[in-house]
Design a protein around this ligand. Structure first.
Ligand SMILES: Cc1ncc(COP(=O)(O)O)c(C=O)c1O
Length: 378
């Protein structure tokens, strides 16, 4: 039997609130909590004081999230023309952004500049050279690769230069009169151990100090990326223990090194709750199947792309449990949200709640079967 934990039962005011939302807006829903979003931002500020945050819009590209975080003083990490347009539509100046995609077309660079973004990430000489026409207007962060076994999603295989190549790229940038403002890295998303962060901070500090020794235009930015983890599996993840070594490593940096970060998941995942409704049921062999109106190609797409299983809650108490399957509505047999779970008898119309559903959920949802997807509410 799959040990995936299900939370059973729900308090009456919360259930009434969810039911009222469904009655008014339909189902499925993704509901943003402003309070929780601000709490996550403040938590990160407490763990990483003196770090400037750039929310990685890709995690949950949503206007309300952007507005709330902007009100808190958060900046933004953009990686596409669409993300820049989203900021522009909400009158957020590109001056508060960094463009973190290491591989860009000229049209991407131009769109970012038009949007006011002037800090670009590169990780190789070809990409650096694409910035020659704009060198008077741009500053560059050079992305360095640090592989991590403890991350759910390795982001240093595809992007980032070898640390040993940093001095040569910096020298070439100086020769091309392009200003390298600093170094950046991303140790991988949902990184459960901060050791790679710490090693990367130390190594980048050393590289910056070495490169600055003979430079008229020294680097003064270190971008420590995202990757900060969440406890999806109720595994007693100790955030104090996780962040303490990173804090210590940051404290040892020179005072004039400006540290920034690009968190996505940590800010937004706990701030969004999914509400789906059971639309039908069937007995098949040893299993009781329940069909929901949200799906693996929809808000639950992160189970495939992001390797995360969201904590699920049903509204009935744990009595007469039997082996069950929670399935999505599409025609595809991989469209299953939870296999082999123990459930009491559920009925059509029952709600199934998905917790921590903000990061890489709606962002990667598709319109398979021409289903329209969860409505997002604040
Ligand atoms: C360049 C970059 N920055 C930041 C992030 C956000 O990472 P996380 O959601 O793990 O904090 C990502 C995620 O893919 C990324 O690719």
């Amino acid at each position: 039997m799959n040990p995936r934990a299900i939370r059973y039962g729900i308090d009456h005011p919360t259930l009434a609130y969810y039911r009222a939302l469904v009655a008014e807006h339909g189902s499925p829903l993704l509901v943003i909590s402003r309070q929780r979003l601000i709490a996550q931002y403040q938590t990160l500020q407490q763990y990483l004081p003196h770090v400037a945050f750039y929310y990685a819009i890709k995690a949950f590209p949503n206007a309300d999230v952007i507005r709330i975080l902007a009100e808190q003083g958060c900046h933004f990490d953009v990686a596409s023309e669409g993300e820049i347009a989203l900021l522009k539509a909400h009158r957020i100046s590109g001056r508060h952004t960094i463009h973190t995609h290491p591989i860009k077309k000229d049209t991407d660079i131009r769109a970012a500049l038009r949007g006011g973004s002037t800090t670009f990430v590169v990780d190789n000489l070809d990409e650096l050279k694409k910035l020659i026409p704009y060198r008077q207007r741009v500053g560059v962060l050079l992305r360095v690769s640090f592989r991590s076994d403890s991350a759910a999603v390795d982001l240093s295989r595809k992007f980032g230069c070898n640390p040993a190549d940093v001095p040569a790229i910096v020298r070439e940038a100086q020769a091309l009169d392009i200003h390298i403002r600093g170094l950046s890295f991303h140790v991988g998303s949902q990184s459960l151990d901060s050791a790679t962060h710490v090693a990367a901070i130390h190594e980048c500090a050393r590289l910056i100090a070495d490169c600055n020794r003979d430079s008229d235009n020294p680097m003064n930015v270190l971008d420590i990326g995202g990757g900060f983890p969440l406890d999806y599996a109720d595994a007693q993840l100790d955030l104090d223990a996780y962040f303490a070594p990173i804090q210590t490593a940051l404290t040892a940096l020179p005072d004039d090194l400006h540290v920034i970060a690009e968190p996505g998941r940590f800010l937004v995942a706990p701030a969004v709750t999914g509400i789906a409704t059971i639309t039908g049921k069937a007995r098949r062999g040893d299993y009781q199947w329940y069909y929901l109106d949200d799906w693996i190609y929809g808000s639950y797409s992160g189970q495939l792309f992001d390797h995360v299983h969201y904590p699920l809650q049903i509204t009935r108490d744990a009595s007469n449990l039997e082996a069950a399957i929670l399935s999505g509505p599409t025609c595809d047999s991989i469209d299953i949200i939870a296999e082999d779970v123990l459930l009491p008898t559920l009925e059509e119309g029952d709600l199934v709640i998905g917790h921590m559903m903000g990061a890489y959920t709606a962002a990667t949802a598709t319109r398979f079967n021409s289903l329209s997807g969860a409505k997002i509410l604040l």
